[in-house]
Design a binder for this molecule. Sequence first.
Ligand code: FES
Length: 170
Amino acid sequence: MSNAPAAEELQTEEEIDLTEANEVIDKYLTLPGNLMPVLQGIQEAYGYVPKPAIALVAERLNAYPAQIYGVLTFYAQFHLKPRGRFIIRVCVGTACHVQGAERITETFFDRLKIGHAETTADLRYTFEKVACLGACGMAPLAMVNDDTFGKMTVQKVDEIINTYNARPMK
Ligand code: FES
């Protein structure tokens, strides 16, 4: 089944300043096979790929929106919704699972009132369950952006949230 949004959904999209998207397209316009670098550049500029930017790319690269959605949904690196300033990742690999990752995950859900792959309304946090992060000796493991937190406990969840609540949004 296609993940492309319904037409009505496209029409109700938020208003976005497309200046940066146009600049990215200008940069790669004459490059063969430019769709990937264009989409990567747009995500870098906005933090995700906004729907109006997809329409713009389709128009300027003379591509079908469905083709662009195909690329965006195939590659996990692309995000179609705004993401939080802080990306919380909790490992649910085997070692972390055995050491209680589920309790850590549930505690984040409870405190932040969001679930997996969701973002808080204030855009401060996005939460993601992830596969083994390669530091099983520190299980259960969590990360916030590039910071790693090993031997996670419920108490550490609260400490992390307090710490990042105090951080500036920019
Ligand atoms: S299973 Fe969690 S870091 Fe390996």
